[in-house]
Design a protein around this ligand. Sequence first.
Ligand SMILES: CC(=O)N[C@H](C=O)[C@@H](O)[C@H](O)[C@H](O)COP(=O)(O)O
Length: 228
Amino acid sequence: MSDLLSRLRGALIVSVQADDGSPMRDTGIIAAMSRAALLGGARGLRLRSPEDIRAVRALTDVPLIGLTKQAQPGSPVYITATPAEVRAVAQAGADIVAFDGTDLPRPYPVADLIAEAHACGALAMADISTLAEARAAYAAGADIVGTTMSGYTPHSPQQSGPDVELMRALGGSGLPFIAEGRLNTPELAAQALATGAHAVVVGSAITRPDHVTRWFAQALGAASDRSS
Ligand SMILES: CC(=O)N[C@H](C=O)[C@@H](O)[C@H](O)[C@H](O)COP(=O)(O)O
């Protein structure tokens, strides 16, 4: 395992992203939230877009996982789907380039994205949704995989909580992995680490106040429906 990945052993990595249309989608806000996450104990950050990566790279030396989110013609894959996007993310200062590593139809093979990341001097993280996709990504040369895409491909379990079963399967297989996706409480994050994850990514619960507000509003709505 590379030194950079070794630095992330047991780490909380905070994903600091804002959705298109969100009032938080502003590089200054992303930089401020990144600083807050570092103050709170994040040892790595996961960021979307070369602009955000460049701004946060200027603030910190912690490992940065970078990606783009870009619709691709004729393909449902949107996380860093082309070698050009891999290059843009690496050149902006990401240490690790995350890309879609699922079986979904894609414009470029996973191996091309990994080769481009390595040519740029970055590590390659495959965002997968099944154990088989993790094995295929490692066979293609990925440095690490993340459970990011479970629940977001039609062939993975659709559930509101994290895919702990996939994490257990990866832990049991001995393949190194980063746990990611719907780890919305400190307890769930700790449970994910206990499955054998190398590190844990938490996003929405820390950096998407619009999502967190919706969780509370829906809970109150459900409670008042029950009492009426
Ligand atoms: C599926 C997809 O596009 N996931 C994205 C990947 O970068 C992000 O929108 C998520 O916030 C990230 O994976 C962390 O997950 P959560 O926000 O659930 O803690």
